[in-house]
Ligand binder design. Sequence first.
Ligand SMILES: [Zn+2]
Ligand SMILES: [Zn+2]
Length: 831
Amino acid sequence: MKINSTSTRKYNFKEIETKWQKIWDATGLYKAADMPKQNKYYMLVMFAYPSGDIHMGHFRNYIIGDAVARYQMMLGKEVLHPFGWDAFGLPAERAAIKRNLHPADWTRDNIRVSRETLKKTGVSFDWTREIASCNPDYYKWTQWMFVQLFKKGLAYQKTGWVNWCPEDKTVLANEQVVDGKCERCHTPVEKKELKQWYFRITDYADRLVDDLDKLPDWPENVKTMQREWIGRSTGAEIDFRIKDSQEKLSIFTTRPDTIFGVTFMAIAPESPIIGKLNLERDFRSRVEAYRKKVLLRSEIDRVSVDSEKDGVFTGKYAINPFNSEEVQLWVADYVLAGYGTGAVMAVPAHDSRDFLFAKKYDIPIKVVIHPDKNKSLDPASMKDAYTDFGVMVNSGQFNGLAGGEAIEKTTDFADKNGFGRKKINYKLHDWLISRQRYWGAPIPIIHCPKCGQVAVPEKQLPVLLPAVDSYIPKGRSPLADVAEYMNITCPKCGGKAERDPDTMDTFVCSSWYFLRYLDHKNDSEPFSREKAKAWMPIDKYIGGVTHATGHLIYFRFFQKFLKDIGWVDNDEPATVLFNHGMVYDANGEVMSKSKGNVISPIGLMENRGIDISRLGMFFTAPSEKEIYWSDDVLTGIEKFLMGKFFVITAEFDKAKSIDLKCYFNQEKLSAIDNKIYIKLNKTIKRISEDYERLQFNTAISALMEFIRDFQAEKIDNADLKNYCVVKAIQLIAPMAPHMAEEMWQICGQAGSIFKSEWPIYDKNAIAYNRVVIAIQINGKLRGQIEMDRNSSEDDILTMALGESKIKSYVDGKAIIRKIYVPNKILNLVIK
Ligand SMILES: [Zn+2]
Ligand SMILES: [Zn+2]
């Protein structure tokens, strides 16, 4: 055999990888057209916080996206695969303060370093579309989005109890409070009463829940988390009058069938109604002291099943409208102002928290639901509340009703008598978007003493972030101290007015960035409608699961809003969502600088080459599973790539022409050639399916298996040999792009391999070796199974017994004889 000269040359990955990156760059391989002409594919990875250099988690995310993008390119799609920077926000600002740098300098520096690293990874980003959310030509349009929401009444200011991080000295959205702590600095969050800006995302709650059903290709866990976060429940709102007062207390309950069991009412310590109750002096001071104490605790702690509930009696009574009974009115820690109306009707017999509270304070427990007609409950011996549905008792005219009917009838009664109504309740709150921090997009609102809140006219956008003397947090926005920024004339009346000093949560910036990529230079619109029509929705969106109830709800909300005002056509921004697994070190620890266990993708790539690093990452685990990273995997991968895979180019005979679209006539192939041809087509089928499901680890295994067979057999047909070599190179190309491109060139193939057509398997070859075997039982045909030709009798029997129909005939009987006609019939004689 004539040895091709390249196979003896050592594979110089550095030289080869650099070479191809330059060529790809120069030929604009990844540059997407302005408007796609044929079938488009929008491949999106979540844009990055420029908080330092990229780490292994990023590397994993981006190479998964890259393999998808390259595979789609080879399927003939027009691929858009952009990248950018989520550049505003707290993490960058905090890091800058720590280093005594300006957040802008720190951010730009990080972007530069990360971009350089990313370019070295050879990931197929279209860098001509790069965006950074801190640039005025981007945040101009974030402010435009705010103005559109404001015009529709969906951006508004209100005073309320909000989450306050004492460390960062800013408010936080509910989505940014994790286990009662600030998501960023882990300081326990406090409650403060402040005037803040909100987006009315609750107007979209129903659509955000219902449209999840339109997303079959989103992970179930993300959809479940979103459903729970939005927390839609149907029930009744019932008004309780307060004795000797004009006030009434409206409560939401999903169990109006328990209303006759109410023995007290409880209101949240932060509820504004407390101030209106006219409490007697002793009670007032007790309630006030209690309120102060509770507000220092986190909500999570207050509602946790483990913490002991407590409260204080207000001295007031509420009147149950169903039976006119007077019940005590308490203030209790386990009631949260944010949920429902901030008050609950307490039914100790049928609610566990109410039960504990009633036991502690010796409040009566009244049973009004029995498990069924024959089974009753005795309050004296109850150890916990009975919370299931059952039959109404001690409930006047409603006695005997149960379940759905009980709920319906009690709700109707309240409705007819004017003290209640059917109601749908949500856990979701409006999205708090104003921040008292420097590094964000300024809120484009002017406060005028005459005209009230006035949006900055669109042609005056962007409202530029001013220079400040200090951006160290002190509890109010540093912008408020810049007189020349704050003082402005009102665009409506021309009188003296003031700007809003706050900036926007960075999650506002990231709620629409996927649309800016489509038209990132447009300075008269956020993006063109035509381009959005052509490129949207996102075909695959890849990122970590941590954003399930934050970003992944917000960007769906923005998409729906933009559809409502006529800017996009689709209800949903992304058809497929994929969450990749985390990357830990070999001991299962999160990689962090403080632990000193950070592995830099750049070091890896420089030592072992990009393709080896990529394949090692792919091979370690399925894309959705976590990785416990160890360099050990690279040794095996290197052996395969250099020792077994790259050398197949030596088998390629350049003198022969090659038709990649042809299929071979198997009747004319030798037995060995046929075996390889069948194996190749099975491998193509399997790897294509693996790419669709992002199962790169099994794709690599399949390729290893094929190469082993290919090298073990002596192939007679030179055309087939060439064919196998080139197809194998195509199959590995999305995962090991540099090596594949090099091999493609060595084999004399024209153009980039990523412009070549993805292999399509020969259906005949897959079926060629398959036979249909009739399964008879006592001579009667009971089923058919498809097997490889010349399978063993045992394998056929195992397969046959795996069919439930056949199994049902054989179960409990003994097989006393088997009669096998090779490749045709298996007859089982049973008794
Ligand atoms: Zn914080
Ligand atoms: Zn005015």
